[in-house]
Design a protein around this ligand. Sequence first.
Ligand code: SF4
Ligand code: FES
Length: 248
Amino acid sequence: MNLKLKIWRQAKAESKGRMVTYSITDVSPDMSFLEMMDMHNEQLIQKGEDPVAFDHDCREGICGMCSMFINGEAHGPDRLVTTCQLHMRKFKDGDTIIIEPFRANAFPIIKDLVVDRSAFDRIQQAGGFVSVNTSGNTQDANSIPIDKHDADKAFDAATCIGCGACVASCKNASAMLFVSAKVSQYSLLPQGKVEATDRVLNMVKQMDEEGFGNCTNTGACEVECPKGISLENVARMNREYMIASLKG
Ligand code: SF4
Ligand code: FES
């Protein structure tokens, strides 16, 4: 396939960015999107040009690094996949592909398609953990009975990979889907109940301090989330928050 790529280029955080148009030839439909980006970068390097900076790590849908807006959608046109799991067979010969970084005030651009998502780390550090001593004192998992329904819901919430597609897709740049997944994965389990009050209050406080917008129940986050995280988690977090605020 021969394609036209329109890619956001920005040398550093303070520089003014712009869309630059490139042509790429001989793209195999069996390539992953990132392999196509690698091929494009090799061509740029051979011409003595600066390669396009983009984030990636696992390349198997686990780490959440490959954040790109492709043709106006976080992680591109496929559903329930990350950019690294997207394949070129989703495009056709002669297509123009528009590639931009995830855009949100709380995710400042570092270079080209790379954004700073450390705001998510700080939200996690504010409460996304359980303070259990696991050094030799771990209880056998089977000794704590957990309702199957709750275990499944907690597992579903725990599949959030922290990619930020929910923020980038939201007109308010809200991080509610991400934060609610992290709150839910603990609030549904007995191990998470001990710190539940502090967790939800501290994580929501940090989310607000980082400058994410509020949720207006539009639902774009749920549609674009590569892990299918449900809006049900946002409702659960709102309930948890209300109860915690009344206690506090
Ligand atoms: S909720 Fe979905 S879109 Fe948001 S960070 Fe988690 S996996 Fe990514
Ligand atoms: S590179 Fe890890 S999820 Fe895409």
